[in-house]
Design a protein around this ligand. Structure first.
Ligand code: ATP
Length: 549
C-alpha cells in the first residue's frame, strides 16, 4: 500500500463517517476495529442526520470526486441491485468538475504530440470548451486543412488516482462482501469488478478513437446518427483529436421545440438506432447520458443524433442476441413458457431451474405490463424485472446484458421525454421480426453457406488427399480393432473352459466328501475326490493370464 492510497483511505473513511454512511452497515456484525474507528472519529460522525440515507450517499460520492461520481452514476443504472429511491438519487450525480490549469493541458498535449501545439494547430483555445471527470476538451483548427477540431486530453495524473481509488474500492468491496455474508443481493465485489473494466477502458483514448471510427463507419449512410470524424494520426493514449460538432444537448427539449424539431421522428430514430446497433452491428454505445448526445441544428424536420464519447461500447455474442430478440417477441406474444425456456436454453439461469416455477414468476412480472396501454410498456423495465426475477433463480450475471439493459432504459426514457406517446413496440417489432427471419429463415442458411464457401473452395483441392489419408487411418484402425477383438475372444474362450473345469471339480469334491461320510463302500467317493482334484488342477492351469487386449 502506498502513502497516497493510505492518505486516500483516510479521506474516504472521513467522508463515510461525516455523512453517517457507516450506519448503513449491519452494526451487530461489524468487527471490533470498526467500532474503534467509529468512536475515534466521533466528532465527525453523521453531521447530516436529517437527510435520507440515499441523499447522504450521493453527497459523499460527490465529495469524493470523479471516480466515485462515475461509480454512483453506474450504480444508478443497476436497479436490479438498488431500490428506486437510491437509484434515482444517484442518477442525479453530475460530474461538473472544475477545469484544470490549461498550462497543464498544453504540457500533456505536447508530450503526446512530441511537438509544440502551434506547429500542428492554429487558434488553440486555452479556455476549455468542457471539463469532465476524466478529460478536458479544447478547441483549435488543424493547420493542415484549417478544419475545426477539438482536442480531448486526459486529466493529469488521472490514471494514478483511478488506480488508487480502485484498489481501495476493491478492498472495501471484499470487506463488505464478507460482512454481508453469502446470499446478499448487493454483491459489492461484482459491482466493483464491472466498474473497473468500464473505467479502465475510458482511460485509453486510443481505444475510444478506434470505437468512434468503427461506430462512424457503421452509420456513414445513416440519417439517424452522425459520429464526428476522428483524426487518427493525432490520436494517442492520452490525447484524441476529432472534428468539432455543433448541436443542441438532447436534454434541452425546450430548445429542440423552439427550433421546431420533429420530436416524434427523433424519438423513433432513437429506438431504431438502439436496435440497429445491437442487432445489425453488434456494437452499441453503452455510455448514453445527456452530455454525450446532441441533436443536429439544421433541418429540424429531419433531425439526427450526434454521438460522442465512445469510451464504453457493448457487444453481445450471437447466442445472446438471438435469445434476446426471441425474448422480446415471446413477451409481446405473452408466451411466458417460451421466455422461461429461453432463459434456461441460453444458460442465463441454471439448467436445474424448475421451469414451471420460473414460468409462473415470469408471468407475475409480465402480465401486469399488459394492463397498461402499449405506449406505456417499457422494454427496459420488462428486461430489468425479468433479470430481477431470474436472480431468485440464480441467474448467472452477464455484464454485457447489464450494459444493454442500462442502454435500453436510457433510450426509452429519452424517447418518452422527447415524445411521450412513443410506441416502442410498433417501432421495434418490424425490426426484430425481420432480424429473426434473417437469422433462421432459408435466406440465413443461404447466407451462411455463402459465407463459408470461400473457406470450402480453399479446402477443396485437399479433399482427395484427406479422403485417402482417412481411409488409410481407418484401415489401420480397423486392423488394430480386429486384433483386439481376436485377443478378447481368446480370453473369453479360455475363461469359459477354466470355469467349466473349476465348477465340475467343485461339484465332484462336494459329492466325494458327502459319500465319504456314508457307511457304504468308499471307492465311489475316492473316484469323485480324485477326479475333482485332477479337474481343479486342469481348470487352474488353463485360466487366462493376460487381461490386456
Ligand atoms: N467533437 C466534439 N465537438 C464539440 N464538443 C465536444 C466534442 N467532443 C466533446 N465535446 C464536449 O466535451 C464534453 C465532454 O466530452 P466527453 O463526454 O467526450 O468527455 P469525457 O471525459 O469522456 O466525459 P464523461 O465520460 O464524463 O461523459 C461533451 O459533453 C461536449 O460538450
Amino acid at each position: 500500500m502506498t502513502i497516497a492510497s493510505i492518505r486516500r483511505g483516510y479521506q474516504v473513511i472521513k467522508t463515510v463517517l461525516h455523512y453517517g454512511l457507516d450506519e448503513l452497515l449491519p452494526s451487530k456484525k461489524t468487527p471490533w476495529y470498526f467500532s474503534l474507528l467509529r468512536h475515534s472519529f466521533f466528532w465527525l460522525r453523521n453531521q447530516h442526520k436529517d437527510k435520507p440515507s440515499a441523499q447522504r450517499l450521493k453527497l459523499a460520492m460527490q465529495e469524493l470526486g470523479p471516480v466515485y461520481i462515475k461509480l454512483g452514476q453506474m450504480l444508478s443504472t443497476r436497479r436490479d441491485l438498488l431500490n428506486d429511491e437510491w437509484a434515482e438519487e444517484l442518477a442525479m450525480l453530475q460530474d461538473r468538475v472544475p477545469p484544470f490549469d490549461s498550462a497543464l493541458a498544453r504540457e500533456a498535449i505536447e508530450a503526446e504530440l512530441k511537438a509544440p501545439i502551434e506547429s500542428l494547430f492554429d487558434n488553440f483555445d486555452e479556455t476549455p470548451l468542457a471539463s469532465a471527470s476524466i478529460s478536458q476538451v479544447h478547441t483549435a483548427n488543424l493547420k493542415e486543412n484549417g478544419a475545426e477540431v477539438v482536442l480531448k486530453v486526459l486529466r493529469p495524473n488521472v490514471e494514478a488516482q483511478v488506480q488508487a481509488d480502485l484498489q481501495l474500492m476493491c478492498q472495501a468491496a471484499s470487506f463488505l462482501e464478507r460482512l454481508l455474508g453469502e446470499g446478499n443481493r448487493l454483491r459489492p465485489a461484482e459491482v466493483i469488478e464491472d466498474y473497473r473494466t468500464t473505467i479502465l477502458g475510458e482511460l485509453n483514448l486510443n481505444l475510444e478513437a478506434l470505437n468512434a471510427i468503427k461506430l462512424r463507419n457503421n452509420f456513414l449512410d445513416s440519417d439517424a446518427l452522425y459520429v464526428p470524424y476522428v483524426y487518427e494520426d493525432y490520436c494517442y493514449s492520452r490525447l484524441m483529436v476529432m472534428e468539432r460538432v455543433y448541436g443542441i444537448p438532447v436534454s434541452d427539449v425546450e430548445a429542440l421545440r423552439a427550433q421546431g424539431t420533429n420530436l416524434k421522428l427523433l424519438a423513433e430514430r432513437g429506438v431504431e438506432l438502439f436496435f440497429t446497433q445491437v442487432f445489425r452491428d453488434n456494437f452499441f454505445h453503452a455510455d448514453m447520458h445527456p452530455g454525450n448526445i446532441f441533436i443536429s441544428r439544421e433541418h429540424p424536420d429531419n433531425p439526427f443524433y450526434i454521438g460522442m464519447d465512445c469510451g464504453i461500447m457493448g457487444t453481445l455474442n450471437d447466442v445472446d442476441k438471438r435469445y434476446l430478440a426471441e425474448n422480446f417477441l415471446a413477451f409481446f406474444n405473452r408466451d411466458y413458457q417460451r421466455i422461461a425456456q429461453l432463459y434456461i436454453e441460453s444458460g442465463w439461469v441454471s439448467e436445474n431451474t424448475d421451469v414451471l416455477a420460473f414460468e409462473q414468476a415470469v408471468k407475475v412480472v409480465c402480465e401486469p405490463m399488459f394492463n397498461k396501454p402499449l405506449d406505456e410498456i417499457s422494454f427496459g423495465h420488462v428486461l430489468l424485472e425479468l433479470f430481477r426475477t431470474a436472480r431468485q433463480f440464480d441467474i448467472v450475471v452477464q455484464p454485457q446484458l447489464v450494459l444493454l439493459e442500462k442502454t435500453l432504459l436510457y433510450i426509452e426514457g429519452l424517447g418518452r421525454q422527447l415524445y411521450p406517446q412513443l410506441d416502442l413496440w410498433s417501432t421495434a417489432k418490424p425490426f426484430l421480426e425481420q432480424w429473426m427471419s434473417e437469422q433462421v429463415g432459408p435466406k440465413a442458411i443461404f447466407d451462411k453457406v455463402k459465407m463459408k464457401s470461400p473457406y470450402w473452395a480453399e479446402k477443396l483441392p485437399e479433399f482427395p488427399e484427406l479422403i485417402y489419408d482417412n481411409l488409410k487411418v481407418g484401415r489401420k484402425l480397423l486392423g488394430t480393432q480386429q486384433q483386439m477383438l481376436d485377443k478378447y475372444l481368446k480370453f473369453q474362450h479360455k475363461a469359459h473352459k477354466s470355469n467349466y473345469f473349476l465348477i465340475t471339480s467343485a461339484v465332484l469334491l462336494i459329492c466325494g466328501t458327502l459319500l465319504l461320510n456314508q457307511d457304504a463302500t468308499l471307492w465311489p467317493s475316492y473316484i469323485c475326490l480324485t477326479a475333482g482334484i485332477v479337474l481343479w488342477f486342469t481348470g487352474w492351469r488353463s485360466r487366462p493370464k493376460n487381461r490386456k487386449f
